[in-house]
Every structure is written in C-alpha cells, then in structure tokens.
Design a protein around this ligand. Structure first.
Ligand SMILES: [Zn+2]
Length: 339
C-alpha cells in the first residue's frame, strides 16, 4: 500500500483548548504524526505528498476562508503564539467583517483550531497528502493518507473540532473530477459534520457516517439519522448514530449497513474517513471497539472491492493507536479480493 504524508505536519503544534472554562491539553498533538507514520511505515511504502497547488483545495473551500487560514496568524497585532476566536458570529451573520478577531469568529466554530506560525503549512501539506493518495488509486487501487491535522469537521468556510481543511472532501472532489460517482464512508467516532455540510445537496458524492450519538457528544448539532440531504442531495446522506459505549458488534453491524448503501449507489471509488477514536483505549473516544473490531471493520470495507483512499481522521495518543492503524492497513491489504 502507498502511504502518503507531509513532513510539514509537525509545524502545527496546538497546546490547549477550552473545555467548560478550563484550558485542557490539546489531544491533536504532533506526537500523533510520529506514532501514525512509524506504524504506517510497517504496512506499506512511504512517500511524501506531491504539491498539487491550491486549485484542488479551492474546489472545496471558500476563498476568504483559505485566506484567513493562510494569513491570519501573521495579522495578529501583538507577538503571540497563536490566535483563536474570542467571539463568534451569530448563525445568520449580516456580513463578513474585516478585522482578524471578527473573521476568526466568522470562520471558526470553537476554540480548538488555533492559527499558529506553522498551521497553514501543516494543513496545506495534509490536504496535499490526501490529493496525492487520491491520485495513487488510479494505479495502485488503494492508498493511505496520513493527514494531520484531520479534516472531517471542517466545512467549506469553517474550522472546528481540530480540523481546518477537509482532506476527505478534497480527495473525493479530486476523484469526482474524473469519475461520475464517489462515496465517502466516515468511521471516526465523531460525526463528519463538515463533510456532510459540503456535499449535503449533491447526488454525485454519497456520504455515509457511523458515529456516536451527538445528543451529548461532539459535534452536538448534527449527525442525527433524519439528516438525509436536501434538494438533489436528498437520500445521499446517511447517518448511522450508535449509543455511547457501543462496541465491536454494533460498530461492525452499522458499517455493514453503510457498505450496503454504498454498494447500491455503485460508486467508482470510495473515500474512507478513517478515525481510530472509536477504540476503547482512545482518550476522547466514546466507543469500546477492540483491535479485533477494527480488523473486522477493515475486512467489511475491503470486501466491497472498490478503489479506496483511506484518509486519516481522529485517533489520539494511547498505547494502542499505532497498533490500531498498522493492523487495519495490513488487514485491509490482505482482505482485498484483488490483493
Ligand atoms: Zn473523531
């Protein structure tokens, strides 16, 4: 399997974010990159991302939003380590303001996505890893992109939930440019609210998400089963929320239902938003999926026998993180009917 990554990933090094009025340690740490890269290196051939420029990113994201991500840190009035929003736009803002503080609130949904000196380089590199892996599947059928920071909570014009650029959406749009139908399967423990928002009115990119119920779990406002898409996109979003604490059987049964929906859609390629925060050991997860559960998940998805891009989403440092990725990639490769 081809493994794509960007050596710029460690340049984004968030330290903390607000939770109930306290600053807590930021789990989306540089350490994740080193753990995941070391693990992936045992499962395939590691290659650096190719720089395909801004166009494939701009195919998904709003130009003003990209400008803020790229230049926001440099616009800070004082010498600071990072900028975060301190006020948020109302849900139907009258206009996009000119100043940095207003623009941060306009384009960010929480305080977990600081702009730091190296943030743009890291998020740009992660997107390029996703684009490179999408291109790889035309030759190699399957590829993995080690995207850090992750992306599935980022919408076209909003950062949030540790995410800035939606790497899975960028990969899906890249593939869609040369094929009629693409499906996205999101198996991160959190609902892929950004990805859902980006494709909610589309019938050429199917979005299926298996995640923990959001009534009292991030991202709270979306992820419910009755969200099915709008307009032409009606019926092309499927949410499969599961109770907090769900384990291997519930997780894999929901994945099998999701794969059934994807096969009925008959896509030309599959993008997997691959989070490992459904693991029992994950420090911020809400499920109890075991190593055996992830092996079964790999088997269920591999058996669908589609050209597949695996995009790294969540999964936070624990003793198990590297092993979860390695075993998933190894089994995915071994189970593919064309392997
Ligand atoms: Zn997650």
């Amino acid at each position: 399997m081809i493994i794509r990554h960007s050596p710029a990933a460690p340049r984004h090094d968030p330290q903390g974010f607000f939770r109930y009025g306290r600053i807590v340690e930021h789990p989306e740490s540089v350490e994740r990159y080193h753990i995941l890269l070391a693990a992936a290196a045992n499962a395939g051939e590691v290659r650096e991302a190719v720089d395909h420029g801004l166009a494939p990113i701009a195919a998904v994201h709003d130009p003003n939003y990209l400008e803020l991500l790229r230049t926001g840190f440099a616009r800070a009035p004082d010498k600071v380590e990072e900028v975060v929003p301190t006020q948020f736009a109302p849900w139907t803002p009258h206009r996009r303001p000119e100043g940095l503080a207003g623009q941060l609130g306009y384009h960010m949904t929480d305080t977990s996505t600081p702009l730091r000196a190296g943030t743009w380089d890291a998020v740009y590199g992660a997107a390029q890893a996703a684009i490179s892996a999408a291109d790889d599947i035309f030759i190699h059928s399957v590829a993995y992109a080690l995207c850090r920071p992750p992306g599935h909570h980022a919408s076209a014009a909003h950062a949030g939930g540790f995410c800035y650029l939606n790497n899975a959406a960028i990969a899906a749009e890249r593939l869609r440019a040369s094929m009629p139908r693409v499906a996205i399967l999101d198996i991160d423990v959190h609902h892929g609210n950004g990805t859902q928002a980006i494709f909610y009115d589309r019938n050429d990119i199917l979005f299926v998400s298996v995640h923990a119920e959001t009534a009292s779990y991030f991202p709270y406002f979306t992820g419910y089963a009755d969200e099915i898409g709008v307009g032409a996109g009606e019926g092309f979003t499927q949410n499969l929320p599961l109770p907090l604490g769900s384990g291997d059987d519930a997780y894999c049964s929901a994945l099998a239902i999701g794969i059934e929906r994807i096969l009925a859609f008959a896509p030309d390629a599959l993008v997997v938003s691959l989070g490992f925060d459904a693991a029992a050991e994950d420090p911020i997860g809400a499920f109890t999926v075991s190593e055996r559960g992830f092996v079964r998940a790999a088997e269920i998805i591999a058996n669908a026998a589609m050209p597949t891009v695996l995009i790294q989403e969540g999964g936070y440092p624990s003793k198990a993180l590297g092993q979860r990725l390695l075993r998933f990639l190894q089994h995915f490769d071994a189970m593919r009917p064309d392997a």
